[in-house]
Design a protein around this ligand. Structure first.
Ligand code: UDX
Length: 446
């Protein structure tokens, strides 16, 4: 919404939320304190806020004044009831639809921005149609406009998208939304489909991307077993223009708010529509991902003589990828949980993730001290994290972890000491020259 406001000064964008503290944070004078860390977002908000971008808790009044409403609430995986663990929880989408139904005036275009199961638009349409029939002067058109941005590169992705997808059956409404994007996106990149294709395309894009990561991670394990190097394999296959070079980095498994949730949702829908083989196929992408995370924790234990009880391990990186403070489904959570269970003492460093967030993710006490087995702390510096450690684990590809001075770090560790590089960001020779043993994901030569 901030990018739309930035690119279309003549359109007034109002972002509303029920949560006053969150809105206050978006209105904070100090742009470095916005609630989401995303490179370039502060500049975009700084340019548009107070001009044609407003953050407010006046939900109903803002809907009443709007020509177009974007439903952008979260749709997490259900934790209980029908479809628990797989289906998306649509309670917030439904609540939004009901609020829009009551508060809207005149003709309102309602845009599904949240990632939704296929045919959710039908539910939204039904709720809106009920309000249309209550005698008030209201008309609605529903569009699907899924978002394909990736975190960490969100602003660049939005400013130069590969494509914008608009699904719907009201050509005027589609034109109105296409016109907004047309301010900065070339016409041929704005794709128009029916509602259901648009909803399904979002799930499918994420399933395909995640499948590539599970595919390369499966080959990484095979490389380690067979003496091949997964980066050489990735380069060799990636030069085939049909395969392409992107999304072929082996790692500790995919995290983030989308991939697992969307695949499980796809799995649930396939079972619902009587396609168990299709469901199993996609479910295996998530299973391989979970296996990869446990595999890394297990091999740390095995290399450290079969036990990490009471041993100090430095964990570098907790966010699910670099350039974000987001930890949703971060592989680090699962790897760290396994190692805590084994009795390790974890000193965790991440340039952006706060202590309270780590504590919540690990279900641990925030004021923990590193003094017993199965304990953890957040370290302010990399040097503090590695002090006295038996091993360093690199779980996020932050740029600063590519520049580590291994000779210096090695002198602070307890030997024999290991480096477990799950993101392949280290120079093997430098690590080994510092007297450290090295495991690097997908490197069968180690
Ligand atoms: C993803 C999709 O890319 C985006 O289009 C969609 O809108 C939301 O979900 P995001 O979750 O922000 O975006 O991050 P992405 O860059 O796709 O990475 C997801 C996970 O895969 C991260 O944990 C990342 O480290 C991992 N990954 C990515 C790999 O392990 N290897 C790769 O080659 C690429």
């Amino acid at each position: 919404m901030a990018v739309i406001a930035d690119r279309c000064p003549q359109i007034h964008v109002t972002v509303v939320d029920l949560n006053q503290a969150r809105i206050d944070a978006w209105n904070d004078e100090d742009l470095s304190r916005l609630p989401v860390y995303e490179p370039g977002l502060d500049a975009v908000v700084g340019r548009a806020r107070g001009r044609n971008l407003t953050f407010s808790t006046e939900v109903e009044a803002s809907i009443a004044a709007a020509d177009m409403v974007f439903i952008s609430v979260n749709t997490p995986t259900k934790t209980k009831g029908l479809g628990a663990g797989q289906a998306s929880d649509l309670r917030w989408v439904e609540a939004c639809a009901r609020t829009v139904a009551q508060a809207a005036t005149g003709h309102t275009i309602v845009v599904e921005k949240s990632t939704l199961p296929v045919r959710t638009a039908a539910a939204i349409q039904t709720i809106l149609a009920a309000a249309q029939n209550d005698g008030a002067e209201r008309r609605f058109s529903v569009l699907s406009n899924p978002e394909f941005l990736a975190e960490g590169t969100a602003i660049a992705d939005l400013e130069a998208p590969d494509r914008v997808l608009i699904g719907g059956d009201d050509p005027d409404a589609i034109n109105a939304l296409a016109e907004i994007y047309g301010h900065w996106v070339a016409k041929e990149r704005i794709l128009r489909t029916n509602l259901w294709s648009s909803e399904l395309s979002k799930l499918t894009a994420n399933a395909f991307l995640a499948q590539r990561i599970s595919s390369i991670n499966s080959i990484a394990a095979f490389c380690e077993a067979s003496g091949a190097d997964v980066r050489e394999v990735a380069r060799a296959i990636g030069t085939d223009s049909r395969i392409g070079p992107k999304f072929l980095s082996a790692g500790p498994g995919f995290g983030g708010s989308c991939f697992q949730k969307d695949i499980l949702n796809l799995v649930y829908l396939c079972r619902h529509f009587g396609l168990p083989e299709v469901a199993d196929y996609w479910e295996s992408v998530v299973q391989l991902n979970t296996w990869q995370q446990h595999r890394i924790a297990r091999l740390v234990v095995e290399k450290l003589f079969g036990t990490v009880t009471g041993k100090r391990l430095a964990v570098l990186g907790f966010a699910f990828k670099a350039n974000t403070n987001d930890t949703r489904e971060a592989p680090a959570i699962h790897v760290c949980a396994d190692l805590l269970e084994e009795g390790a003492q974890l000193a965790i460093h991440d340039p952006k993730v706060a202590t309270a967030q780590m504590a919540r993710d690990l279900k641990q006490d925030e004021s923990a001290v590193l003094d017993s087995s199965g304990s953890w702390c957040r370290s302010e510096s990399i040097e503090a994290a590695v002090a006295g450690a038996d091993a360093v684990l690199i779980l996020t590809e932050w740029e600063q972890y590519r520049q580590l001075k291994w000779a210096d770090l090695a002198s602070r560790m307890r030997h024999p000491a290991w480096v477990f590089d799950a993101r392949a960001v280290t120079e093997s020779q430098q690590v080994r020259a510092a007297g450290l043993s090295l495991w690097k994901v997908g490197d069968g030569e180690g």
